[in-house]
Design a protein around this ligand. Structure first.
Ligand SMILES: Nc1nc2c(c(=O)[nH]1)N[C@H]1C(S)=C(S)[C@@H](COP(=O)(O)OP(=O)(O)OC[C@H]3O[C@@H](n4cnc5c(=O)[nH]c(N)nc54)[C@H](O)[C@@H]3O)O[C@H]1N2
Ligand SMILES: Nc1nc2c(c(=O)[nH]1)N[C@H]1C(S)=C(S)[C@@H](COP(=O)(O)OP(=O)(O)OC[C@H]3O[C@@H](n4cnc5c(=O)[nH]c(N)nc54)[C@H](O)[C@@H]3O)O[C@H]1N2
Ligand code: SF4
Ligand SMILES: [Mo]
Length: 714
């Protein structure tokens, strides 16, 4: 008898990739190991790499990010629309078509007829190059990006109050040394989960945690004081807290005198307010407002964090400024355990807003309407300042121009605007009116499906570049593998298009490091100064905090220790009068709808819906509604409902929960089509920063069966 010998074949490690998560602003570092079994099957193991922000933690999204990157629906060759269908094309054909259509449309309708739309997931190098491509390659004024919907209220508030906008004024580790922490409209537990231990440690050290959110979120569960505010009422709520702080004499007079301006006016305004009225309008009991104000006012150290819950409103800028008023009035900034954080969202939400993809901006936070800034950046780019166009308009305003057919062609890079814009139906309609649409993406997103040309782009594992995390810390993410099929890097696409447009000399880059080196120079002397940061340093050091003006500068870990960034060195108080949300509930639309995120999905879901592990956690959208409200509108748990606003209707399943206010419903934002919450959201813009009023829309709600019957009878 022959003896069967089983030879055990071990899987082979075929690749080891040290990288960073492509999703949120923490930018957790990780290692992705690829193994090939004897049978030829690949598997992936993900382990955290300790770094200053994540301290070696990863959340479920980071653990599974490689899944979408390896998904069979990745775009691997360019697509061109022929006879109504997107069909495979060569890069030559696609790029020739894009450049010739752009040139023809610009010749016929002027240079401003072509617009660019960028994103906060792009590397610093691509964001920078996109801004340069708009102004030098296409010579159009129209460029903006999805960060307008994300960061603009906090960014403009920080700039006005402090003179500079950097997400966190301190390092994350200072959170543990703070006595009182306010988390306003920020759901860290689901949105930056690896940061939660900073807050639990602070609590263990005796800190008081105050959460301001209309819902009992995972974050609010940790709170000592939960202020379950009515959506859109943060500015008023802070006025109430300020009133208690002033009345109880909990202000830091010395700090106010030596470091700030504008206090007298604020004090006069706030002292005249009535706390009972504020309790009534915000839906937060007077006693709780008092408790929270005393906790923050009496603490020796304290930090305030805001995110989209406070910022995505028609008064988002002023609401943030009121939180900053509270930080300044109590002297809680510029020292250990004291400061402010706008909890940035996207992977490169911070860097993406610094180097020129905003309508009014040039690299390093320079301004396109400022003569000196124009002259400096023009000199770096080798053009005359007069050649630089003026400022354009914000993202949603650009979409309105598209709808009015004032913009004829659009290049979208790193966004899915027909799902993520407010009033999405109008935006989708606008895109179908364009003469020519180009989308650069890894997947056929809802927006890419409408395009004339789709360009396949590399993913995080494949593309080297720098990202700036929520702390303002610049990190280098190096490619671990090559892009699949014919996919190319964003920056390569821009260089090749520029060359076809006859502007190749300005875009002669062979790698991302060369682009970064030009960015360093373009940002030199600006507020977001990256001049001292090099790839070499980033490889050796664990990331560098900007501003970093010279090669021997260590980077700036804590801002405002001695002075603020305004010319006079002082921070500016701002009196805030705001007593109602922009859109109020009424007889026809009796509930307030707010919206946001859940743990397992990311933004419009283009990536996470393609990750089996993440998708399995939430396969459809839902509506959170309080049991009393559900009963009132004859709605049962898990049943389908129609949620209607003045803009449109969203159809989804409901989840009855007492974790939400009775007058409010909540819908996640991660789905397109009939489940897209943005079919209902309001496009009213904040006058200061053009942030849309995403977070408060008046809606009506009914069982889907009733809605269908009504439709039939119409
Ligand atoms: N899992 C996951 N994580 C993410 C993302 C994701 O899509 N999924 N996206 C990333 C991005 S780009 C961003 S910008 C961040 C966003 O991070 P967050 O801003 O924390 O996320 P949201 O869920 O939009 O809003 C936060 C909270 O605001 C509350 N809220 C709603 N209206 C109001 C209001 O009027 N006042 C107050 N005080 N609170 C209100 C909501 O109930 C919600 O719990 O997350 C990043 N991280
Ligand atoms: N109702 C409501 N709407 C909102 C919000 C809300 O809270 N409520 N939040 C707003 C916020 S904060 C944000 S940030 C926006 C985000 O909304 P979007 O800008 O639409 O963001 P994503 O869904 O991430 O879309 C990014 C697209 O770019 C692709 N992509 C990813 N990485 C790259 C890359 O490196 N290069 C290229 N070329 N493509 C890439 C992805 O595949 C995806 O198709 O949504 C906003 N919309
Ligand atoms: S999604 Fe954010 S918290 Fe989660 S692993 Fe990625 S970077 Fe870290
Ligand atoms: Mo965002």
């Amino acid at each position: 008898m022959t003896e069967l010998k089983v030879v055990e074949q071990k899987p082979q490690v075929t690749a080891v990739m040290d990288t960073q998560c492509p999703f949120c602003s923490v930018q957790c570092k990780m290692r992705v190991e690829e193994e090939r079994s004897a049978a030829g099957r690949f598997s992936y193991k993900v382990t955290a790499i300790p770094n200053a922000a994540s301290e070696g933690r990863l959340c479920v999204k980071g653990m599974n990010a490689h899944q979408h990157t390896l998904h069979r629906e990745r775009l691997v060759h360019p697509l061109i629309r022929r006879e109504g269908k997107l069909v495979q094309a060569t890069w030559e054909e696609a790029l020739d078509l894009v450049s010739s259509r752009f040139q023809a449309l610009q010749a016929e309708h002027g240079t401003d007829s072509v617009a660019l739309y960028g994103g906060g997931s792009l590397t610093n190098e691509t964001s920078y190059l996109l801004g340069k491509f708009a102004r030098v390659g296409l010579r159009t004024r129209y460029i903006d990006y999805n960060g307008r919907f994300c960061m603009s209220a906090a960014a403009s508030a920080g700039s006005k109050t402090f003179g500079i906008d950097r997400g966190l004024t301190n390092q994350l580790k200072e959170i543990e040394r703070s006595e009182c922490l306010i988390l306003a409209g920020t759901n860290i537990a689901e949105c930056q989960p690896t940061l939660m231990p900073y807050f639990t440690k602070a609590k263990e050290n005796g800190a008081t945690l105050i959460v301001i959110d209309p819902r009992m979120t995972g974050t609010a569960e940790l709170a000592d004081i939960h202020l379950q505010v009515k959506p859109g009422m943060d500015a008023a709520l802070v006025n109430g807290m300020l009133k208690v702080i002033f009345d109880e004499g909990l202000i830091d007079r010395g700090f106010i005198r030596s470091r700030t301006k504008g206090f007298a006016e604020l004090e006069q305004h706030v002292r005249a307010l009535n706390l009972a009225d504020i309790a009534e309008s915000t839906g937060v009991p007077e006693a709780l407002i008092r408790l929270a104000a005393l906790a923050f006012g009496e603490a020796k150290t304290g930090m305030v964090f805001t995110a989209r819950g406070v910022e995505q409103h028609a008064d988002g800028h002023l609401a943030v400024r009121n939180f900053l008023n509270m930080v300044l009035a109590t002297g809680k900034i510029g020292r250990e355990g004291c400061g402010y954080g706008a909890v940035t969202g996207q992977a490169n939400g911070q860097g993406g807003r610094e180097h020129g993809q905003k309508a009014d901006q040039l690299p390093g936070y320079r301004l396109i309407e400022n003569e000196h800034d124009r002259a400096y950046v023009a000199s770096v780019w080798g053009i005359r300042p007069e050649e630089l166009p003026g400022k354009g308009v914000s993202a949603y305003e650009m979409m309105e121009m598209v709808h009015r057919e004032e913009i004829k062609a659009l290049l979208v890079m790193g966004s899915n605007p027909i799902v993520s814009n407010p009033n999405a139906t109008l935006v989708e309609e606008g895109l179908t009116k364009l003469d020519f649409t180009v989308v650069a993406d890894m997947f056929l997103s809802e927006t890419a499906l409408l395009a004339d040309v789709v360009l396949p782009i590399s993913a995080y594992l494949e593309n080297t570049g720098t990202m700036t995390n929520l702390e303002g810390r610049v990190l280098l993410r190096e490619a671990g593998r090559s892009a699949p099929g014919e996919a190319r890097h964003d920056w390569q696409v821009l260089c090749e298009l520029a060359s076809r447009l006859g502007r190749g000399d300005y875009f002669a880059f062979e790698n991302s490091e060369q682009i970064f080196n030009e960015l360093r120079l373009a940002s030199k002397g600006g507020l977001a100064d990256y001049y001292g940061i090099t790839y070499d340093r980033l490889r050796k050091e664990e990331g560098i905090y900007w501003p970093c003006p010279s090669l021997d500068h260590p980077g700036t870990k804590r801002l405002f220790e001695k002075s603020f960034a305004h010319e006079d060195g002082l921070a500016a108080f701002q009196t805030v009068t705001s007593d109602s949300p922009a859109e109020k509930a009424d007889h026809e639309y009796p509930l307030l709808m707010t919206n946001g995120r859940q743990l397992s999905h990311y933004l419009t879901g283009v990536q996470t819906h393609r990750s089996p592990t993440l998708e399995a956690r939430n396969v459809e959208n839902h509506l959170e509604i309080h049991p009393h409200t559900a009963r009132k509108y004859r709605i049962e748990d898990f049943s389908l409902v129609a949620v209607q606003s003045k803009r449109g209707v969203v159809i989804l399943r409901c989840k009855v929960t007492d974790s939400i206010r009775e007058d409010t419903v909540f819908i996640p934002m991660h789905w397109g089509g009939v489940q897209n919450v943005n079919r209902a959201t309001s496009p009213q813009l904040d006058p200061f920063c053009k942030m849309p009023d995403f977070k408060t829309s008046a809606v009506s709600i009914r069982p889907y069966s009733e809605y269908l019957q009504e439709q039939r009878h119409k």
